[in-house]
Design a protein around this ligand. Structure first.
Ligand code: NAP
Length: 279
C-alpha cells in the first residue's frame, strides 16, 4: 500500500506558488469571514492564516457574533466586493442556523470567490469550463491524483457524499476528467456494492472510520476527505485506515492528505483570481 502524501505535495508546490505571488505587482489579500466560534472552523481558519503568512499573502479575519443578521454579513461582503485591496473572499461554512449560506455566498462577487461556490463558478464547473474557480477540496484532490500520475480517464470513481461544498464539486471535477462517476449518499442502497465497484473511491461524509474493510477491494485508490476531531483532539478520517490499509493499493492519510491539499488549492485559486484581474 502506498500513502498519497498531501503534505509532501504541498511542500513541493509551495515554492512555485510563492514565485507566482512575487511576480504580482501587489500583495494579494484574502478576507475570511467567520460567524460564531465553532472550534473546527477556528482551526481551519488558523491553518489558512498560517499558510497565508508563509507564502506572503495578507489576510483579514472578520469574526462576527452568532447573533449577527444576514444583512449585516452581506453588507460586509459587499464592502470587500468593492475593495480593490482585497482579491479573495471566503465565508467559513457552516454558518449558524438562521443564516442562509446560499444567499450569503451568492452575494460574493464571483471574481473574488476563492471557494468556487457562487453560481457563475458552479455553472463553469458543470460546463467543464477551464476558467472555473473550483472548490479547493476538488482542486486539491485533482492535483494530488495528478502528482501520483493517477489519470481518471475512463476510471470508475465512486464519490460517497453529495454536499454542495464537498461531494458534488468533487464528483463534477472527476466527470470533467472523463471518469465514470457514481455518487452515493445516505439514501444509497447497498453502499458496499457501490464502493467496491470503484477504481478510485472518494469519501466525504463526516463519519469517522465509517468506511471499513467490507467497502473496499484490492487494487483500489482511496481518497479520504473526511476530517472529524475526536475528544482527544486528534483528527480522524471517514475511512478506517487500519482496516483497509492492507487491502487497497493507495490511500490518503488523515491528517496529512486531502486537508493539506485543500489549503494549498485555496491559495492557488486566490492567485489565479489575482492573475485574472490583471489580464
Ligand atoms: P455534509 O454537508 O454533512 O455532507 C455529508 C454527506 O455525506 C451528505 O451528502 C450525506 O448524504 C452523506 N452521508 C452521510 N452519512 C452517510 C452514510 N451513512 N452513507 C452514505 N452517505 C452518507 O458534510 P461535508 O461538508 O460534505 O463534509 C464531509 C466531510 O469532509 C467532513 O468530515 C468535513 O469535515 C470534511 N471536509 C474536509 C475537507 C478537507 O479539506 N479534507 C474540506 C471540507 C470538508 P445526504 O445528502 O443523503 O444527507
Amino acid at each position: 500500500m502506498q500513502i498519497l502524501d498531501g503534505k509532501l505535495i504541498r511542500e513541493k508546490n509551495t515554492p512555485l506558488l510563492i514565485e507566482k505571488i512575487k511576480s504580482l505587482s501587489f500583495v494579494p489579500c484574502l478576507a475570511i469571514i467567520q460567524v460564531g466560534n465553532r472550534p473546527d472552523s477556528t482551526s481551519y481558519i488558523k491553518a489558512k492564516k498560517s499558510f497565508a503568512k508563509k507564502i506572503g499573502i495578507n489576510e483579514i479575519h472578520i469574526q462576527l457574533d452568532e447573533s449577527v443578521s444576514q444583512d449585516e454579513v452581506i453588507n460586509i461582503i459587499k464592502k470587500y466586493n468593492e475593495d480593490n485591496s482585497v482579491q479573495g473572499i471566503i465565508v467559513q461554512l457552516p454558518l449558524p442556523i438562521g443564516l442562509s449560506s446560499e444567499i450569503i455566498i451568492n452575494s460574493i462577487d464571483s471574481r473574488k470567490d476563492v471557494d468556487g461556490l457562487t453560481p457563475l463558478n458552479i455553472k463553469r464547473l458543470v460546463d467543464g469550463n477551464e476558467n472555473a474557480i473550483i472548490s479547493a477540496t476538488a482542486r486539491g484532490i485533482n492535483q494530488l491524483l495528478k502528482f501520483y500520475n493517477i489519470d481518471l480517464f475512463a476510471k470508475k470513481v465512486t464519490v460517497v457524499g453529495r454536499s454542495t461544498l464537498v461531494g458534488k464539486p468533487i464528483a463534477l471535477m472527476c466527470l470533467n476528467e472523463n471518469a465514470t462517476v457514481t455518487v452515493c449518499h445516505s439514501k444509497t442502497n447497498n453502499l458496499e456494492e457501490e464502493t467496491k465497484k470503484a477504481d478510485v473511491l472518494i469519501v466525504a461524509i463526516g463519519k469517522p472510520n465509517f468506511i471499513g474493510k467490507n467497502h473496499v477491494k484490492s487494487g483500489q485508490i482511496v481518497i479520504d476527505v473526511g476530517i472529524s476531531r475526536q475528544t482527544d483532539n486528534t483528527l480522524t478520517g471517514d475511512v478506517n485506515f487500519e482496516e483497509v490499509k492492507d487491502i487497497v493499493e493507495m490511500i490518503t492519510p488523515v491528517p496529512g492528505g486531502v486537508g493539506q491539499m485543500t489549503v494549498l488549492a485555496l491559495f492557488e485559486n486566490l492567485v489565479d483570481l489575482c492573475y485574472s484581474i490583471r489580464n
